[in-house]
Structures are given as C-alpha cells and as structure tokens.
Design a protein around this ligand. Structure first.
Ligand SMILES: O=C(O)CCC(=O)C(=O)O
Ligand SMILES: [Fe+2]
Length: 201
C-alpha cells in the first residue's frame, strides 16, 4: 500500500477512495542512487548524454538544471519513475495518463545564490507543458545538509510543507501551486519528472 497523505475521504461514489491533493512515497530511491544523481552536477562538464541548462529568471527562480533523457545510463531512472507513477496513479489519482514526454530534470539550489523557486504551477507554457498532469519531485539531498529549501504545496489555500527525507517522492497534480523556499545553508538537489496526458474531463 502506497502511503497517501491528505485525508482519505472514503467511498463517495466516484470510485476513487483517495483523490489526494498530494501523495508521498518514502525511499523511492536509495541513498546511493540519490548520490549517483547528485554527482551529475560535478561531472557536468564531461556530460554528453544530459543536456545542461542554466535557468535565468532570478526573481522567480534561481536554480541550475541538468536534463536527463532517461536513456542509456539513465534508463534506470526512467524505469523507476514509470513503475512508480503507474502504481501511485492506479492507487491514488486515477488520471488518464499518456506518457513521459519531457526530459527528467535534476535541480540544484545553492545557498550562495539563495537558490529558490517561487510559487508557480507546472501547467501551461509551451509544448508539452500544457499537457502536464502529474509532477513528481524526489528529494535527493540529506535533510540535515541544508537549511531552507522547503518544498511547499498549496492545493487548498493553505501552504503545506512536504517531507524532506532523502529518496522520498512527492506527487501532486501539475496545476497545484508549489514553491521551494530559499536555501540559506548548504545545497538542495531534487529530481523532477512530469507525466502528461489528455485534458481533464
Ligand atoms: O525542486 C523542487 O522541489 C521543485 C522544482 C519545481 O517545482 C519545478 O522544477 O517545476
Ligand atoms: Fe514546479
């Protein structure tokens, strides 16, 4: 049973006992796997598989990103995500999903630049951004190794802090507002995946 946070409402007649605002799966990735992904930032000059990008909208967002295509040496990451999303969607969200139409994002937030990402929704924008239905964030860093950098979601008009445990996956509908507060000490890393599909109906 996948733990689902956000009150289960019981059977209300729509065939979905949970319909959660978000869900959390502890330890989707092991400590070693998180470390392996974080290392990509130190190897980045040698990268040829991953696309490397800097994001410049510093008021809204101050992060470094590396894009993983989920192929070759990174295929295991995509496989883990696909299996997990299939399970959590079946158990909790029950959305009609199509696929993983964008690269996976490795994100780094550094205290020295007050790394952060202000309130936003992942839906909209261009291309496949309009078809995002679920967002999955994996906490890659050791919680004690950084301060600030809280992932918060606001699905109901109330801000809720997400767990920080290393390897935990947090899933929410991509339209839900969320943010990462400024990192004030150390570095926070995350892995972000979007799942796409046809419009809600
Ligand atoms: O790093 C995170 O926890 C969230 C990142 C995010 O919201 C995004 O890249 O859209
Ligand atoms: Fe986001």
């Amino acid at each position: 049973m996948i733990p689902v946070y956000g009150a289960p409402l019981g059977e209300l007649g729509y065939g979905n006992r949970f319909a959660p605002n978000f869900a959390v799966k502890p330890a989707l990735f092991s400590a070693e796997e998180c470390e392996r992904l974080i290392e990509r930032f130190t190897m980045r000059q040698a990268e040829d598989a991953g696309l490397v990008g800097e994001v410049s909208m510093p008021d809204i967002r101050r992060t470094d990103v590396i894009w993983l295509k989920g192929e070759g040496a990174d295929e295991w990451v995509m496989r883990r995500m696909m299996g997990f999303v299939a399970d959590i969607n079946r158990e909790a969200f029950d959305y009609v999903l199509g696929g993983f139409d964008e690269a996976l994002q490795l994100t780094r937030y550094r205290a020295e630049e007050r790394g952060h990402y202000d309130w936003h929704s992942d839906r909209g924008g261009q291309g496949f951004g309009r078809f995002r239905k679920l967002t999955v964030v994996v906490q890659l860093s050791i919680p004690e190794s950084y301060e600030g950098g809280m992932l918060e979601v606001n699905a109901t008009g109330r801000e809720e802090a997400m767990p920080r445990e290393r390897g935990a996956a947090i899933v929410f509908p991509s339209y839900v507002l969320h943010r990462v507060t400024p990192v004030t000490k150390g570095v926070r890393h995350s892995l972000v995946t979007w799942v796409h599909g046809p419009s809600f109906r």
